[in-house]
Design a protein around this ligand. Structure first.
Ligand SMILES: NC(=O)c1ccc[n+]([C@@H]2O[C@H](COP(=O)([O-])OP(=O)(O)OC[C@H]3O[C@@H](n4cnc5c(N)ncnc54)[C@H](O)[C@@H]3O)[C@@H](O)[C@H]2O)c1
Length: 248
């Protein structure tokens, strides 16, 4: 691998993705931040790195042309692509009866198809091996009312992790998933604000006595990307303050 490694982080404009990008820059990586929000991705890129260290790419992970552009710009402008973090995600609430087909397709399109598309175009650029980390969710293991499309997308990422780890292990590419518990980010604040989650109840889900921070997830992601995790592939790491061990 090149001396300074390069990571592409999706959904890096805010929340967990921004923390992952920031932690990777602090660890010496060059980082491409890819997000649908052109404003936040530019601001975050400038705040955590800037020229020579980070680039901001705006686009939609569910759009193949946008993904190809993000991968191409990463390699062209930062020199290589060694680590992909599939973090971009949205959460659409509603039972299967309530969800429109369009909502279902959007949920699966961003969370699951986005991870497929980014992997599809990143893997051929990982010429000296690499690491892919899918940011799934505790919702891959345990459910919460009115989240069928989200839970299906996150459980799908676990199957994707195992299948990709098997297919690309011989190329020296490790593929793992992280399942965060509830993490303090704009996505969770929105769930509180619209009444789809209750702050006190969510706190009680975590036997460690607190909601997670984006940095909790960023540290685990950096570990899985690093040489310290050289023999870990096809694994699912819960970063959830003991939530799934307890059950909801
Ligand atoms: N916050 C939590 O409690 C929690 C728990 C478990 C898993 N997760 C997962 O972690 C990931 C990050 O969540 P977060 O809480 O930081 O959310 P967030 O809303 O703060 O950040 C998500 C980012 O993804 C970007 N994004 C959305 N759709 C996109 C698209 N189509 N293409 C590119 N970028 C897009 C958004 O603009 C945003 O910057 C998501 O996949 C989420 O499902 C979050």
């Amino acid at each position: 691998m090149s001396e300074c490694k390069t990571a592409l982080v999706t959904g890096a404009g805010s929340g967990i993705g921004a923390a992952i990008a920031e932690r990777f820059v602090a660890a010496g990586y060059r980082v491409a931040l890819f997000d649908i929000n052109a404003v936040t991705v530019r601001e975050t890129s400038a705040r955590i790195g800037g020229p020579g260290k980070t680039i901001a790419v705006d686009g939609d992970v569910s759009n193949e042309e946008h993904v190809q552009r993000a991968v191409w710009r990463t390699v062209e402008e930062l020199g290589s692509l060694d680590v992909l973090v599939n973090n971009a995600g949205i959460e659409i609430y509603g039972t299967v009866v309530e969800l429109t087909e369009e909502q279902w397709d959007r949920q699966i399109g961003v969370n699951l198809k986005g991870a497929y598309l980014c992997s599809k175009h990143a893997i051929p650029q990982m010429r000296n091996g690499g690491a892919i980390i899918h940011i799934s969710s505790a919702h891959a293991h345990v459910s919460w009312p009115r989240c069928p499309s989200y839970d299906a997308s996150k459980a799908g990422m676990i199957g994707l992790t195992r299948a990709m780890a098997l297919d690309h292990g011989p190329q020296g590419i490790r593929v793992n998933a992280i399942c965060p518990g509830y993490i303090s980010t704009p996505l969770l604040e929105k769930a509180f604000a619209i009444g789809e989650a209750d702050r006190e109840a969510v706190l009680k889900f975590h036997p460690l006595g607190r909601i997670g921070t984006p940095l909790d997830v960023a540290e685990a992601t950096l570990f899985l990307a690093s040489g310290a995790a050289a023999f870990i592939s096809g694994a699912v790491l819960n970063v959830d303050g003991c939530l799934t061990a307890q059950g909801l």
